[in-house]
Design a protein around this ligand. Sequence first.
Ligand SMILES: [Zn+2]
Length: 489
Amino acid sequence: MRRILWFLLRLGVVIALAVWVAQRPGTVRLDWQGYIIQTEVGVVALALLAVGVVAYMLVRLLLLLWRSPRRLGAGRRTGRRTRGYQALSQGLLAVAAGDGPAATRLAGKADGLLNEPALTLLLSAQAAQLAGDEAQAATHFAAMRDRGATLKRPDMAFVGVRGLALQALATGDTQRALTLAQEASTLRPKARWPLLTQFDLQARAGDWTAAAATLDALTSAKALPVETLRRHRAALLVERSRVAEAEGNEDQALSLARKAHDLAPGFVPAAVQASRLLAASGSARAATRALEQAWRLTPHPALAAAWGLAGEKPGDAADPLARVKRLEALVALDPGVPEAHAALAQAAAEARLWGLARGHLTRALTLRPSARVYRQLAAVAVAEHGPGPEERGHLASAAKAPADPAWVCGACGGVNPAWGARCGHCGGFDTLVWRLPGGATASPAVDTLGFLPPPEPPAKGPAEGDDDGAQRRLPTFTLASLRPGRRSP
Ligand SMILES: [Zn+2]
C-alpha cells in the first residue's frame, strides 16, 4: 500500500513538472564550435530524463557485476556449513543407532566441511569407540585436549581429558585416571565428576589424607548431599585415626576420633574408636559418655563391648566382675535392647556367673530371636556342663533362628566381619551399613558414592550410580554437552 502511494506521488511530481514545462514554451539554443542545436524546452527535459534513467541502470548493472563473486562465495560457504551440520547430525544419529561405519564416514565428512573441531573430533572419537577402536578414539580425545589448549578452549580440552580418563578407568589404569581427573579439575575446578573420580580412586587406594583434601573440594563444589559429605568425612576421620594410632601418634589419633564422633554422634565406628582412645588416656567417664551418646542413637554390639571395656586401662588385668557391673548400667539405660543383655551375658559367662548369663540371654531372646544368642547359650551350656544335648538343642535353634544384622555393603551386598571405610569385597568407600544381610528388603543402600552421573544438577541424591569397581558404569558422551549455551559438567 505504502509502495503504491509512493509511486503515485512520484508520478504526480513528474506529471506536474511536465505540465509546468509545457505551460512555459520556449526554445533552447546551443552554439558550440560551429555546431548549432536549437530545440524546444520539453524535448531537452525528456532527453535529460532519458540520460538519467540510462545512467542509473548502468550504475546498477556495474554494481551487480562487482558484488556477484563475493555473493557467490558466501553462498558456497553457507552451503558447506549446511552440509557439514547435516553430516554432523546424521553422524550423531548413526552413533545413537549403533551404526559404526556410517558414523565414521559422516564424522570424516563433517570434519572436512566444518571448522568445529570440538564437535567433529568428539563425533570421530565416538564413532571410533563404537567401532571398538579405542586407540583411534584415544587419538581423537588427545587431539581435543591439545587443540583445546592451543585454541584456548578449556571446554573442549575438558571433554578430551574426560574421554581419556574414562578410557583409563575402563582399562583399570587407576593411576593415569587419577592424573587425568586432576588435570580435568584444573580446567574446571567446580566440575563434579573429576572430583568424585579423584575421591573414589584415593579412597579405594586407602590414601585417606588425599581423599580428605578432595572431600573439602567436593564440599565447596556442593557435589554431594550434606548428609553424605558428613558421613564420608566421619569415615575418613576414623580411618585416619586408626592410621595415627598404628603409627603411635595417640594424641593425633584421639583428636581425629573425637572429631569423627562430634561430626556423627550415632556413627558406631567413631564412637568405638573415640571411647577406646579416651579410656586408654584415662578418661573412662568421657569414653562412657561418647558410647552412651551413640548407644541411644544406634544400639550396636560393638558399643556394648566397648562399654564393658571402658573402665579398664591397657595394662590392667581383666576384671570380669567389674565388667559385669558396668554392663548392668548399660542394660539399665534401656532394658528393652537385646544387644545390652547379650553383652552383659557375655561378661557374666566370662565371670563364670552361669545363671546370670542364662537369664540375660533368655531375656535377649524374648526381645528378639537371634542365632548369635542361641550360640552364646550353647557356649554357656558347654562351659558349665560340657558338650551334650543342651548344647545341641541350642545349636539346632540357632540354625533355625533369623540371621543377625551385620556390616553389609550397600553397593555389592557383601557381609564384612568388621567396619572399615572400604568394603572388603568391592572396595567401595563408606558403603557399609549395619543391617540384616541378604534380602534387598532391609534398609536401603546408603552412601554409595555417586560416580559420574550424566546429567549434573549442583547436588544430587547419593544413590544415582553404583560404585563397585567391577561394574562401573561408564557414561557415553553426548554432543549435547558441547552445544553452545549449555556447558558440560
Ligand atoms: Zn561392597
